[in-house]
Design a protein around this ligand. Structure first.
Ligand SMILES: CC(C)(COP(=O)(O)OP(=O)(O)OC[C@H]1O[C@@H](n2cnc3c(N)ncnc32)[C@H](O)[C@@H]1OP(=O)(O)O)[C@@H](O)C(=O)NCCC(=O)NCCS
Length: 191
């Protein structure tokens, strides 16, 4: 059953074992099955290592999760300096919404809420995502939210991009530059 999810109805807390077992059972339709997690002890342990949080909806079901730090990075990116930054300045974010909630415009609300949490915790000045080039849905959303592609690298035959934006809202353009969105399109690749 597809349910509505209002931004005020989810509660973010550290990942629990029950929530982790729920998340590893989520199955995305192709081409997003790339994001299906394996249901094994190693993955469950990672989900519970302190770097993951979950968001519960009003019915008490897990609606989404996010992670930060190493858990949000693809190790092969280090080879090309994709994660070079001053510690504490850039916060890496990884995330996933429950399959039935995807494709409905809810990702932006979730990411905005997560960015609000990061701002409250003074986690950094920039936020960075690592996205597979074939994930057109995520690319469109991140570009729309002002993320710009930074570095490209390959990992196990998959092309990835890091994308970054300021954690604070991008300043509104002066009135005489309205309609000029080039500042957010620089170096953005076509997935
Ligand atoms: C990535 C994610 C957060 C995006 O949030 P979302 O709410 O599903 O995205 P939206 O519904 O706002 O769609 C974003 C854009 O992609 C388009 N889109 C939606 N479904 C699509 C599809 N199957 N194929 C291509 N584009 C699609 C939308 O029309 C929208 O385009 P627009 O900006 O021009 O309006 C969410 O889908 C998710 O968690 N996916 C599962 C795992 C994943 O991909 N994680 C990201 C790792 S970086």
């Amino acid at each position: 059953m597809i349910r509505d999810l209002q931004r005020t109805t989810w509660t973010v807390r550290p990942m629990t074992e029950e929530a982790a077992r729920t998340v590893v059972a989520w199955r995305y339709e192709p081409p997003y099955d790339f994001y299906n997690l394996a249901d094994n002890p190693e993955v469950l342990a990672e989900l519970l290592d302190g770097s993951y949080e979950a968001a519960w909806d009003a019915e008490g079901d897990v609606a989404a999760f996010f992670c930060t730090g190493l858990a949000a990075q693809v190790p092969d990116g280090f080879r090309v300096g994709a994660y070079d930054n001053l510690d504490g300045v850039v916060v890496d974010l990884g995330l996933g919404m429950r399959p039935d909630l995807t494709g409905r415009g809810l990702g932006q609300l979730f990411i905005e809420d997560v960015m609000g949490i990061f701002r409250d915790q003074h986690l950094g000045a920039w936020i960075r995502l690592t996205v597979a080039a074939h994930n057109e849905r995520a690319f469109r959303l991140y570009r729309r939210m002002g993320f710009a592609a930074e570095r490209q690298f390959e990992s196990h035959g998959v092309t990835f991009y890091t994308m970054r934006r300021a954690l604070t809202a991008p300043p509104a353009p002066p009135a005489d530059q309205e309609g000029d969105s080039s500042q957010h399109q620089q170096r953005s690749p076509e997935p």
